[in-house]
Design a protein around this ligand. Structure first.
Ligand SMILES: *Cc1c(COP(=O)(O)O)cnc(C)c1O
Length: 239
């Protein structure tokens, strides 16, 4: 059982984040509905994840597929939840993950994309994916260089995986101003490739608890927010 005070705090956090995201959209002359909030539930167990859903969050992001599986074994989530896989994913985790029809934000190699497409075809699904860009050039980060992104788009599988956009994270230790520049570069890359190859890439997944304002100013359509949602709920332990 989660204490009512924690439930109330979660609900309050959700409302606060929602209004900050909406305000960031409005100050960028964008519609609040143009920015989706992915609640990153990787920090908490299944019960607390469901509490977040009940507070109003219907898009959930996990960085490890095992957590997605385990939570769904423990709890039946409402049907209208959309799951997102946002962390590096191994090919041998796809078979069990695709039945949840997650949006996969972390496509960081042609091999992974091919494997997603093949498994999706085998399961008669179409999986939406984003290509992860290493825009900061930070060697410690996953993601593809802009050149590799372009090659991936050109050689993309024709069935099973639909590329809907790009995901980026600011480099480690980036100041917010620096993060803003990296988000802007990501959007620019998206715009260029979209135009050059006549390929719709509407989604930009960028921005986390510490930098979602900058990301929204630079065109993010999905922000992945975790720690802000669980502030003050410290004793909810990760799985
Ligand atoms: C954990 C995580 C987030 C959320 O980060 P917070 O700073 O807690 O909001 C976003 N994206 C990815 C890929 C993550 O692993």
């Amino acid at each position: 059982m989660i204490e009512p005070t924690i439930i109330a705090r979660l609900r309050q956090n959700w409302q606060t984040v929602r209004s900050e995201v909406a305000a960031a959209a409005v100050s960028a002359n964008r519609e609040p509905s143009a920015v989706q909030i992915i609640g990153v539930s990787k920090y908490v167990d299944a019960e607390a994840t469901l509490a977040l859903v009940e507070a109003g969050c219907n898009q959930l992001g996990e960085n490890r597929p095992q957590l997605l599986w385990k939570k769904n074994e423990q709890i039946v989530f409402p049907n209208d939840i959309r799951w997102h896989l946002i962390g590096h994913i191994q090919r041998n985790k796809l078979r069990r993950s695709l039945p949840f029809e997650p949006i996969i934000h972390s496509v960081d190699s042609p091999r992974l994309l091919a494997a997603i497409a093949a498994e999706a075809v085998a399961q008669s699904r179409v999986i939406k994916v984003l290509v992860e860009v290493n825009i900061s050039g930070d060697e410690a980060k996953t993601g593809l260089s802009p050149e590799q992104v372009e090659r991936l788009l050109l050689d993309r599988p024709q069935q099973g995986a639909q590329i809907i956009g790009m995901m980026a994270m600011a480099g480690w230790g980036s100041e917010r101003e620096e993060a803003k520049i990296q988000f802007s570069q990501t959007r620019q890359l998206r715009d260029d490739l979209q135009k050059k190859h006549s390929l719709p890439l509407p989604e930009l997944s960028m921005g986390m608890s510490g930098d979602f304002n900058e990301a929204i100013a630079e065109g993010a359509t999905m922000v992945r927010i975790g720690s802000r949602l669980f502030e003050g709920c410290d004793f909810i332990r990760p799985l």
